[in-house]
Design a binder for this molecule. Structure first.
Ligand code: URA
Length: 434
């Protein structure tokens, strides 16, 4: 078999056989296929697509390229959730303790920030002392005793995806449903959970811009997961507006704590309730209506907040700041971005907001570099809100005030105003499999 022939075949829009996909993934994993040929194939897939069988084969081949987590020390069903990537999208610290409080165990592996999108692991690490690298025994013990644990994905899981993802990030070939589905599902299957709830994002801040494409992506991921014997459901939710008000690692952890203490922005609460309810339903705990009720009550009663603190403390975290808002640390510098004119906010380019968050210090500038956990922004006015020029639309936070100018210009350009009140699309567009 020759890689050249595979690239040529896909360039002509033909389906690759299972053997050809296995040959490609093996070559990526052992380094015998040069990056230029892998990148050429990724581009051909982006342009010509893959059918369901090919996407499933690619998922399974990437899954087989590394180890899978052994969760046998954790009895019963284990659940996981995953967002395809967003801005201000910290639903994990709300959803995980909620379902754990309802009796469903969560053994979750998460990633760090990617491109303009945030990462759960960076957010958890903003809580002082939190350890995201536990031994398999510590991970199983925490899930068994607390009901939930979240750790960083290890490099031994899906090494082929790791290589391909870096190449795709570098060659503008991230945006393909088959490639996104196989990348995410190979890692989710390797993480070992029985129940997988997906939050597939669409809109300006998502990798998939169109809601119908996002629905297709969700269906594909559900089919791949079910084919591998897992219980999988998805919501398709909007990333045309940042979710909630906080964008930044520590700021999002503070917001998650506030939500769990009864002070929840409506959009974020809705997404968290739906994700938690989907997990409870897929686990067979109750029907979807009862699950929504149970999830909402658990969030609003404060029960899930206790569980979040218990989980973080079991992982070494100091939850003083989450428990006591007056003790919270904020970046030393703040900058108020005012509305550019009188009118309504008609559009917020969420990808630009995510990039501006990075410019404030919340994003990595080197692959293995650190982040300013306190950097970020608070969104005071959102799409659909009426504003006058004196109104503060966003508050920016950074540990380096020289970073404000460029970030503020970017944010100004990310906001569009109108004279008429705009239609704001619902936060949840559709659900699949729940
Ligand atoms: N997240 C992933 O892990 N992979 C993708 O391809 C896109 C988002």
């Amino acid at each position: 078999m020759r890689m050249y022939d595979l690239i040529h075949k896909k360039k002509e829009g033909k389906a690759l056989s299972t053997e050809e996909i296995n040959y490609f993934v093996k070559g990526v994993t052992d380094g015998t296929i040069p990056d230029c040929q892998s990148a050429a194939l990724m581009m051909a897939v982006c342009l010509k697509g893959m059918d369901d069988r090919e996407a499933t084969d690619l998922t399974l081949a990437m899954l087989a390229s590394g180890e899978s987590a052994d969760l046998s020390a954790i009895p019963g069903l284990k659940a996981d959730k995953h967002s395809t990537g967003g801005v201000g999208d910290s639903t994990t610290p709300v959803v995980i303790p909620t379902v754990a409080s309802c009796g469903l165990k969560v053994a979750k592996m998460s990633g760090r920030a990617l491109g303009h999108t945030g990462g759960t692991i960076d957010k958890l690490e903003s809580v002082p002392g939190t350890r995201v690298e536990l031994t398999p025994e510590e991970f199983a013990n925490t899930v068994n005793t607390v009901g939930a644990a979240v750790i960083a994905q290890t490099g031994t899981l899906c090494p082929a995806d790791k290589k391909l993802y870096a190449l795709r990030d570098f060659t503008a070939t991230v945006e393909s449903n088959a490639l996104i589905a196989s990348s995410i599902m190979s890692k989710k299957l390797a993480s070992g959970a029985d129940v997988i709830m997906l939050d597939v994002k669409y809109g300006s801040g998502a990798f998939v811009k169109d809601p119908e494409d996002a629905r297709e992506l969700a269906r594909l991921m559900v089919r791949i997961g079910e084919g591998a014997g897992r219980r999988v459901g998805a919501i398709i939710s909007s990333m045309d507006v940042p979710l909630g008000h906080a964008v930044g690692n520590a700021l999002e952890m503070y917001e998650a704590s506030d939500i769990l203490c009864g002070n929840a922005p409506a959009d974020k609460l809705e997404v968290c309730v739906e994700l938690a309810a989907g997990m409870l339903k897929l686990a067979g705990i109750c029907d979807i209506e009862s699950a929504r009720k149970m999830a909402k009550e658990t969030i609003l009663s404060g029960k899930a907040f206790g569980k979040l603190c218990e989980m973080l403390e079991a992982q070494g975290g100091d939850t003083t700041e989450l428990r006591n808002p007056e003790k919270r640390r904020y970046a030393p510098y703040r900058y108020e971005l005012k509305a550019a004119r009188e009118g309504y906010i008609s559009f917020m380019n969420t990808e630009e907001i995510g990039l501006a968050e990075g410019m404030l210090g919340a994003g990595r500038t080197a692959l293995d570099g650190g982040v300013d956990y306190l950097a970020g922004l608070e969104i005071i006015k959102k799409t659909g809100d009426k504003v006058s020029p004196d109104d503060t639309v966003m508050v920016l936070y950074s540990s380096d005030k020289a970073l404000f100018d460029a970030a503020a210009r970017r944010l100004e350009n990310a906001i569009t105003y109108s004279d008429e009140k705009p239609e704001v699309p619902p936060v949840i567009y559709a659900t699949v499999g729940i």
